[in-house]
Design a protein around this ligand. Structure first.
Ligand code: NAD
Length: 336
């Protein structure tokens, strides 16, 4: 039987990526929605043939507890709402997939992990790149030392928010927790760690200059940081909301070779090269593979590949990066 997923929050990611992916998944299917907009209720009900009994709003969401059609709640809301809906889903005894970054800070992430444990449900973070062939190859190249020991890493994830609306939750610290570090930098943090196969011991960071003050009154416009691993390996990283080229890449240098993905994190069009030549992998529908793998773990009562504990670890790193940036690049050690 396919496990039923209810999407909470029907914004761009749910609409354009997750719901279409759930028409192709083998282990799970879209069985419910949770939304604050009555107009979306109607449109989604029709498009995905959902019964009224599987449609909830943010107020009556807890009634999902008695609904046997729904096994998994997928939280796809602004970051400030991740904790509340993860904990409410756990109390309703549903497994949870929560989007990245997991929460506003490490304390919230800790409470989310605990709530899922206390209620006997499993928690996965929507880190889709763990299921994607180009990034999986980088994990192998780095962790299995295919070209010898890793010497350095560079990870960049930039977008361009300037020129668009000023009224976005991503530009509002209360709902987003921060700027491009939270939304995009998380990909660089993840990438450096899955290249090395271990988390960093310390970080140093600096905020970039604000050249678009109308947009960046509340959250940083850009940030650069270093992640220091044991044995002195350093990952140099950058995340920006004001890069017209919207660069995104992941590269590594090792003793006997190198690799580079560009784009590395976009949904489509990934390309990769190593010192041995071009990487040949298909571009796949990542969210299909991700949700199928996570549903399979839930079904077997196994902790997923990208568990809540991984999200918590990453929140500790993001907070250390902000702490360092606030102190003009002071080295901040991280304890896990
Ligand atoms: P979005 O702005 O398109 O959608 C957010 C949804 O939340 C909307 O439906 C909105 O109506 C609803 N909402 C409820 N309360 C709100 C409030 N107070 N303010 C604003 N919106 C509110 O955002 P999105 O791009 O779909 O992102 C949602 C989550 O998914 C975020 O955590 C984001 O980081 C994550 N995401 C992940 C990926 C990925 O590749 N894994 C890609 C995009 C987004």
């Amino acid at each position: 039987k396919k496990l039923g997923i209810a999407l909470v929050g029907l914004g761009r990611y749910s609409t354009n990526q997750l719901a279409p992916a759930l028409e192709k998944t083998k282990n799970c299917r879209l069985s419910g929605i949770v939304t604050g907009s009555p107009s979306k209720e109607k449109a989604w009900k029709k498009k995905y043939k959902l019964p009224d009994s599987n449609i909830y709003n943010y107020e009556n969401f807890d009634e999902i507890a008695g609904n046997e059609d729904i096994d998994i709640v997928y939280v796809v809301l602004p970051i400030s709402m991740h904790k509340e809906f993860t904990i409410r889903a756990a109390k309703a005894k549903k497994h949870v997939i929560c989007e990245k970054p997991m929460a506003l800070n490490a304390e919230e992430a800790q409470q989310m992990v605990k709530a899922c444990k206390d209620n006997g449900v499993l928690l996965a973070i929507g880190y889709r790149l763990h299921f994607e062939p180009f990034n999986q190859r980088v994990m192998e190249l780095g962790q299995q030392e295919v070209f010898g020991k890793v010497k350095s890493i560079k990870a960049v994830d930039n977008s361009n928010m300037t020129g668009g609306s000023l009224d976005l939750w991503r530009l509002d610290k209360e709902r987003a927790g921060g700027g491009p570090l939270m939304d995009l930098g998380i990909y660089c943090v993840q990438a450096a760690i899955y290249t090395m196969g271990k988390p960093p011991v310390a970080v140093r960071a600096k905020f970039g200059e604000v050249t678009h003050p109308a947009y960046f009154r509340d959250v940083e416009q850009s940030i650069t940081w270093e992640m220091e691993f044991d044995e002195g390996v350093v990952a140099n990283c950058e995340a920006s909301y004001a890069d017209e080229e919207e660069k995104n890449s992941l590269s590594g240098k090792a003793e006997d070779g190198w690799w580079k993905l560009e784009p590395a994190y976009s949904y489509e069009g990934k390309k990769g090269e190593t010192s041995n030549g071009k990487m040949e992998f298909p571009n796949i529908y990542e969210q299909v593979k991700q949700m199928d793998a996570q549903a399979e773990s839930f079904r077997n009562n196994q902790n997923p590949k990208t568990p809540g504990e991984m999200g918590l670890r990453d929140m500790k790193i993001l907070m250390a990066i902000y702490n360092s940036a606030k102190k003009e690049g002071t080295r901040v050690e991280i304890t896990y």
